[in-house]
Design a protein around this ligand. Structure first.
Ligand code: DX5
Ligand code: ZN
Length: 239
């Protein structure tokens, strides 16, 4: 592996993926415009009211994002079960990457292989209460591992620090097994902990309320970026 880190990171120290879950649902496109390019990826949370106790977007939203932002990296996080039932409908929407939850897939090895065969980068996610050993047999199949740092379903929750050792173990496993996945963390992330998370090995930081919950999403994203690059705690925006 090169010194620049996993190839999906493109030589950057980390990537910022604002979650549109916290954007104004009547103005998602406008909310993305207001980021003024201070983001790397667009993170789309798909919820089914069954695997998680909330409902969100269907594939039409991803299709429209793809049409209106042809060059943006669209990162779809599916919190729905059985995960296999959602693959085809979201692949048709042409995102760059689809992450499935290990807890929601009956045949996770097959599901990840199917994503790859359909031309979408596969990712695997685990909840805060799920041990890393559950996904160790499929790490070679994925481009991204998502470590949930809140229980999935809602934005604006508090970061669960007990999830951090999984990031450090993923860094070690990646080196030992010579793999190339990026490590994404999702939930409770903002300028106050971004520096510590990047120092701990996170490659992709998802932030919803810390970006779109602020009056100026571009400034909020820039503040998280500064914190992540400097490795320092920076005061989050106050609303
Ligand atoms: C939670 C979602 C997250 C959520 C993060 O189930 O997967 O992506 O939008 O929101 P914040 O950053 O507000 O914790
Ligand atoms: Zn998410």
């Amino acid at each position: 592996m090169s010194g620049a880190g996993p190839s999906l990171r493109g030589g950057k120290k980390f990537l910022l993926a604002p979650s549109i879950l916290s954007a104004d649902p009547l103005a998602i496109g406008d909310s993305i415009t207001r980021l003024k390019g201070e983001h790397d990826w667009i993170h789309v949370d798909v919820m089914d009211g069954r695997f998680v106790p909330n409902l969100s977007y269907g594939p039409q939203v991803v299709s429209r994002l793809r049409e209106s932002l042809p060059d943006s990296f669209i990162d779809v996080h599916i919190m729905a079960e059985p995960a296999e039932s959602f693959i085809d409908m979201f692949v048709q929407a042409r995102p760059d990457l689809i992450t499935l939850h290990a807890e929601a897939a009956r045949h996770v090895h097959m599901a990840l292989g199917r994503l790859r065969s359909l031309g979408v980068r596969p990712g695997i996610a685990i909840n805060p209460g799920t041990p890393l050993c559950m996904i160790e047999p499929v790490l070679h199949l994925v481009d991204l591992v998502l470590v949930m740092s809140v229980n999935p379903g809602f934005g604006g929750q508090r970061f669960i620090p007990e999830t951090l050792p999984k990031v450090r173990d993923l860094v070690r496993l990646r080196a030992v097994r010579e793999l190339d996945y990026v490590i994404e963390m999702d939930g409770g992330i903002g300028a106050d902990n971004a520096g510590m998370l990047v120092s701990s090995g996170c490659d992709v930081l998802v932030a919803g309320s810390a970006v779109f919950g602020c009056d100026d999403p571009a400034e909020a994203a820039a503040r998280i970026r500064r914190a992540a690059e400097g490795g320092d705690a920076v005061r989050p925006c106050v609303k």
